[in-house]
Design a protein around this ligand. Structure first.
Ligand SMILES: C[S@@+](CC[C@H](N)C(=O)[O-])C[C@H]1O[C@@H](n2cnc3c(N)ncnc32)[C@H](O)[C@@H]1O
Length: 266
């Protein structure tokens, strides 16, 4: 894989001004494809109108039909999405996708389904996939909860990655954190027995919460066994992510958690 993980982009000023009411990317990802804004539910992400560079916009328009998929609530057949039977790992919240692309390049035997609502990141990851010839990445646009709940079959996934999810530090926002018992209930149904959930965070109170809810969940077992505090040593296969770098600059401690879906359902 090439060392350059920042596709050269012209500034967004080059993107033509869109007449009011017209879709942002006619051939690209849809805005709110599953209509989730009408669903009364607490979300783990903050809707943001993000700046999309010309290079990202071009990738969204040109590559979405090939490698993108909208989280629209319709069932998805993973072997059709990739055109092969490689095992599939879901990454929730890939941000700009640099770590996703690196992991996909390092492990071509695994398909990665990368979901996020962040439009610039979707364009960036499509560019990275093309530039690095990655056939094992698909980019999903929308809320991972809907993807898991409505679009994936039971036991469809061979792994789940959640790297530096939004920490929602204020107490009144804790309910927005992704890693909660209800989320794990849902994830457990979509993971095959033995599949590994890999979480990482630089926010210590969230790391403690992750450890607590994963340890308490009857369908997950800590790969670290008893003792050792429960956290895993940082695995070499996980590249530095953008948010992780920011956390390290602030002096935060990074925690990895690796839990396996139990062989038997309770
Ligand atoms: C703090 S960023 C981390 C990005 C990246 N993993 C990194 O470490 O640089 C969290 C990302 O998760 C995404 N996200 C949060 N909740 C999500 C959900 N329910 N479905 C899809 N994406 C979500 C956000 O849009 C954001 O891009």
């Amino acid at each position: 894989m090439s060392d350059s993980l920042n596709p050269s982009d012209r500034p967004s000023a080059d993107v033509p001004v869109r007449p009011k009411g017209e879709p942002r990317f006619p051939d690209g990802p849809k805005a709110d494809p599953a209509g989730s804004h009408f669903e009364r539910r607490i979300r783990s992400f903050q809707p943001r109108r993000s700046r999309v560079t010309a290079g990202q916009a071009e990738a969204l328009q040109r590559l979405w039909a090939r490698w993108g998929t909208d989280v629209d609530g319709h069932a998805v057949e993973l072997s059709e999405l990739y055109g092969d039977e490689r095992p599939v790992v879901l990454e929730i919240g890939f941000g700009m996708g640099e770590a996703t692309a690196r992991m996909a390049a390092a492990d071509p035997g695994t398909n990665i389904l990368a979901v996020d609502v962040h439009t610039p990141g979707q364009g960036n990851l499509l560019n990275l996939a093309e530039q690095n010839g990655l056939t094992n990445v698909r980019v999903a646009n929308g809320d991972a909860i809907i993807l898991l709940r409505e679009m994936l079959k039971p036991d469809a996934l061979d792994g789940l990655r959640v790297y530096f999810p939004d920490p929602w530090p204020k107490k009144r926002h804790h309910k927005r954190r992704l890693i909660q018992p209800e989320f794990l209930d849902l994830a457990a149904t979509r993971l095959r027995p033995g599949a590994v959930v890999h979480c990482a965070t630089d926010w210590e109170p969230y790391a403690e919460q992750m450890l607590e809810v994963l340890t308490a969940h009857p369908e997950f077992e800590n790969t670290q066994g008893e003792g050792g505090g429960g956290f895993a040593p940082r695995p070499e296969f996980r590249p530095l992510t953008r948010f992780e770098g920011q956390g390290l600059e602030k002096g935060h401690v990074v925690r990895d958690l690796l839990f396996r879906r139990a062989d038997q359902r309770p």
